[in-house]
Structures are given as structure tokens and as C-alpha cells.
Design a protein around this ligand. Structure first.
Ligand code: ATP
Length: 201
């Protein structure tokens, strides 16, 4: 099974692209979703985070306060490394478990922070969703109602477009309408099916 990693900056259109692949019947694994699931109340990873950062990272009803945690690690590389040491091995073992259970010509694995975390691993191709910053800002403002300063701060903390494009095997440019996006996904779907069939020959 071919492993395609899907990555891109905030609001570039990763989730939309993932849904378009799903419409072709392609399985998608979202590592962000795995990460959220791992830190639900009662899960061991949440206990490990509280041991490392203290109960200040919990909300009053015992859930992970993601905004607080993000704030704590934002400008503290050591804290960020501690957080990643707790989460990453758990995310990757869950990813492996889900991959083992799949049977398909290829799978799309969404790893938003692929470049930032250096999590290249054993993947066959990297697919980058690229989009001008101004559009990323406009789309996130529209979707989440966040103000521009916050979105710019997140953008500045992420890898730049060029850094991301440097690791890309395939690029989707999401600077037009959804029909244009869907056409690019359909074209890549054909490519990935062909590559998968060639590999099985
Ligand atoms: P995040 O990094 O924040 O998780 P993302 O990369 O998954 O974001 P999406 O949620 O897919 O990005 O897209 C951001 C917003 O822009 C969504 O509201 C989506 O519906 C919209 N959007 C994405 N692509 C297009 C497009 N080509 N035309 C119009 N709207 C789009």
C-alpha cells in the first residue's frame, strides 16, 4: 500500500483535499485527529501531559486546555520538545496500528506539521497543499472568526511555503475555486492508482 503524506500550512485546504480523496474511496488517516483522541480524559497520554506540565493545562472539567498548552510551548523550545516526546511516539504507534488494519491501493496520511516536526518516516510521497498567505488568512478568518494578528502569529510559527515545497513530490495549488481543487485531486488519484499498480507488478 502506497503511503501518501498530505501536508500544508494552516487553512491551506488540507481537510478539504482529504475529503475529496475520500470521495474517491481512498482511506484517510488524520494524525491531528489521532492526537486529539489520545488526550481525551482518562487516556494515559493526558496523565503524562499533566505530569509534565501540571494541572494548569486542564480545564475546570478535566479536559485538555489546548489553547493553554499551545501558549505554554509557543515560545519555549524545551517545553515543546517535552510535549513532542510524549505525543509523537504515541501518535506514530497508533498510526502504524491503523495502517496495519487497512487494505487499499494507497492511503492518505494527513500530517499537518510534517516539515516542522521532521516526521518524514517511511512514506512514499509527500503531497503539499500550497496557497498564498493572503488566502490562508482570509479562509481561516472566515472559517474560525479569528483575528488576523492571531493567524499571522500561527503562520509565522509554521514552516514557510518554500520550505514545505522543498519536500514535496506533488503539489496542489489551492488558489482557485473548489472545482479546480477537485480536478487536481482527481488527477493525483489517477497517478497514485497507477503508481500503486506499478509497484505491485
Ligand atoms: P487547518 O490547517 O486550519 O486545519 P486546513 O488546511 O485543513 O486548515 P481547510 O479547513 O480544508 O484547511 O480549508 C480552510 C477553509 O477554507 C475552509 O473553510 C474551507 O472550506 C475553505 N476552502 C478551502 N479551499 C477552498 C477553495 N478552493 N475555495 C473556497 N474555499 C476553500
Amino acid at each position: 500500500m502506497l503511503k501518501i503524506v498530505l501536508t500544508g500550512g494552516i487553512g491551506s485546504g488540507k481537510s478539504t483535499v482529504a475529503r475529496l480523496f475520500q470521495r474517491h474511496g481512498v482511506p484517510v488517516i488524520d494524525t491531528d485527529e489521532i492526537a486529539r483522541d489520545l488526550v481525551r480524559p482518562g487516556r494515559p497520554a493526558l496523565g503524562a501531559l499533566v505530569d509534565a506540565f501540571g494541572p494548569r493545562i486542564l480545564t475546570a472539567d478535566g479536559r485538555l486546555d489546548r489553547a493553554r498548552l499551545r501558549e505554554l510551548v509557543f515560545s519555549d523550545p524545551a517545553a515543546k520538545a517535552r510535549l513532542e516526546a510524549i505525543l509523537h511516539p504515541r501518535i506514530f504507534s497508533e498510526l502504524e496500528r491503523r495502517l496495519q488494519a487497512l487494505k487499499a491501493p494507497y492511503v492518505v496520511i494527513a500530517i499537518p506539521l510534517l516539515v516542522e516536526t521532521g516526521a518524514r518516516g517511511r512514506v512514499d510521497r509527500v503531497l503539499v497543499v500550497d496557497c498564498p498567505e493572503a488566502l490562508q488568512i482570509e479562509r481561516v478568518r472566515h472559517r474560525d472568526g479569528w483575528d488576523e494578528a492571531l493567524i499571522r502569529r500561527i503562520l509565522a510559527s509554521q514552516a514557510g511555503r518554500l520550505e514545505r515545497l522543498a519536500v514535496a513530490d506533488d503539489v496542489i495549488v489551492n488558489d482557485r475555486d473548489l472545482a479546480h481543487l477537485a480536478r487536481q485531486v482527481a488527477e493525483l488519484h489517477r497517478l497514485y492508482l497507477r503508481l500503486s499498480a506499478e509497484r505491485d507488478d
